[in-house]
Design a protein around this ligand. Structure first.
Ligand code: HEM
Length: 485
């Protein structure tokens, strides 16, 4: 029973003293991942905290995290049954569902669909890349318009629209204009999604906060509304696809998923209803993460003009000024990848994964963790471990270059941002291509300058993703504007 489980957890794991009712909730601070890393110095890489009514095990550092997620992949593949998780994708999300046979099949379907539309063969690969190039060139034009007469602007929302458009084009075969007011409003709302499902969100560990007026209740009500609205939006698009569905022609990911669920006999409760949920999951996961990566990239380019100049020289040398960069240029510009890896490491913009839970009793680094324990996985702690990274708090892409001017694969593999094991992100390859192409095209076409009368800090808000606080830049065209073919 729960009581025996909690007693065992209390006995076996180190951790800070937990206060009645709130536990350690008041100690998390504004940046829980940094607090978790500090607690690891005192209690070791595996320790226990209490948040409200939940005992939670926090995993830090490369050894403990990889031991858990890779060596004990099944035992750590669960998700807790948090109240916020039930509001996502009409309650049928694959991301926010516990480990089961049904989840395994659901994940496989999503994985196969992503592959079919991004990398299955040279034709789909090319089509996917062209979508991104078209989106990136439109983004360049929008940035230049917003910079007319030397104005400074906040690029955040345009980057979100651009990332959302790539995944919408994959899912619905349709993109939306930067001036589509309804779409922009929907995305503005979705920006708040990560505040509620990030590790340490209070409503999940103190469900009683829903029963009287307080800020957590308002945030949670807002969260439920935005999920509903987003789901209704996706549902209407999937319904349009159903009306015009032709099994002989698969136009986009929605068609592919409709086709699978029409024909699937999975021996589980997976049904046609899961089509909309799968599409919602993919769009949700694909836009917030990629757009956050791009926010940080643009900010770091503007913050480090000397690095930007080096990147400009590199891209001009390899690509020239008469065409846009392509994926084929990638291997010739390893320093661009070094910049992307350093952005992922340095910002660790998904600092803690989506909360996991244990599917059975398990032992990690000699410590016993019972079944059904909530587990937080602190990716930030791996990316900032001073034993692995020299001066981890300094942004320095050249740390990833070896003495021959090549990418140090050993080091790039040490960065953790897509998690590992059975719950590892299924969009990592798509994300890497997207980020590279957006980055290379923005860099080739524009130079970025920060607003001089603004404190250009690296401060951010915490959630499932770390988002930079508002910042302003301006973009200047470098040479001739090149449009996608
Ligand atoms: C899950 C990172 C882009 C689809 C995750 C998780 C992380 C992550 C940390 C949670 C893993 C865990 O709980 O252990 C990222 C980052 C991205 C990115 C950093 C971009 C830079 C994408 C894209 C897609 C996607 C483009 C889809 C096209 C998913 C899905 C899951 C997931 C479906 C849930 C997997 C599951 O629960 O089994 N991602 N992701 N992600 N990601 Fe991504």
């Amino acid at each position: 029973c729960l009581w025996v489980r909690n007693l065992r957890l209390k006995r076996r794991l180190p951790g800070p003293f937990a206060w009645p009712v709130v536990g350690n909730a008041m100690q998390l601070g504004q940046m829980p991942h940094i607090t978790f890393a500090k607690l690891a110095k005192k209690y070791g890489d595996v320790y226990q905290i209490r948040l409200g009514c939940s005992d939670i095990v926090v995993l830090n550092g490369d050894r403990a995290i990889r031991q858990a997620l890779i060596q004990h992949s099944t035992e750590f593949a669960g998700r807790p049954n948090f109240v916020s998780f039930q509001s996502v994708s009409g309650g049928k999300s694959l991301t926010f569902t516990n480990y089961s046979k049904q989840w395994r099949i659901h994940r496989k379907i999503a994985q196969t669909t992503i592959r079919a539309f991004s990398s299955a063969n040279s034709q789909t690969k090319k089509a996917f890349e062209q979508q991104i190039v078209a989106e990136a060139t439109e983004l360049v034009e929008t940035f230049l318009e917003l910079s007319t007469q030397g104005q400074f602007f906040n690029p955040a929302h345009e980057l979100t629209v651009a990332a959302a458009n790539v995944i919408c084009a994959l899912c619905f075969g349709k993109r939306y204009g930067h001036d589509d007011i309804e779409f922009r409003a929907l995305l503005r709302q979705m920006d708040q999604f990560g505040q509620t499902v990030g590790a340490g969100s209070l409503v999940d560990v103190m469900p009683w906060l829903q029963s009287f007026p307080n800020p957590v209740r308002s945030i949670f009500r807002n969260f439920k509304c935005l999920n509903k609205e987003f789901f209704v939006f996706v549902k209407s698009k999937v319904e349009e696809h159903r009306q015009t569905f032709d099994p002989k022609v698969t136009r986009d990911m929605s068609d592919a998923i409709i086709g699978v669920f029409n024909n699937a006999d999975t021996g589980t409760d997976l049904s046609e209803d899961h089509t909309e949920a799968t599409v919602t999951d993919l769009i949700g996961a694909g836009m917030d993460t990629v757009s956050t990566a791009l926010h940080w990239i643009v900010l770091l380019l503007a913050k480090h003009p000397e690095i930007q100049a080096k990147l400009h020289a590199l891209v001009d040398g390899v690509v020239g000024r008469h065409r846009l960069p392509s994926v084929e240029d990638r291997t010739h510009m390893p320093y661009l990848d070094a910049f992307i890896y350093e952005t992922m490491r340095f910002t660790s913009f998904v600092p803690v994964t989506i909360p996991h839970s244990t599917t059975s009793d398990v032992t990690v680094t000699g410590l016993d963790i019972p079944k059904d324990t909530v587990v937080f996985i602190n990716q930030w702690s791996i990316n900032h471990d001073p034993l692995r990274w020299k001066n981890p708090h300094i942004f320095d892409p050249s740390r990833f270059m070896d003495e021959n001017g090549c990418l140090d694969k050993d080091l790039t593999n040490s960065v953790m941002i897509f998690s590992a094991g059975k719950r590892r992100c299924i969009g990592d390859q798509v994300a890497k291509v997207e980020i590279f192409l957006f980055f290379a095209i923005l860099l080739h076409q524009c130079s970025f300058e920060k607003c001089p009368d603004q404190d250009f800090s690296l401060n951010c808000t915490y959630g499932l993703t770390l988002k930079p606080l508002d910042y302003k830049i301006r973009a200047k065209l470098r040479g001739e504007l090149i449009k996608s073919q």
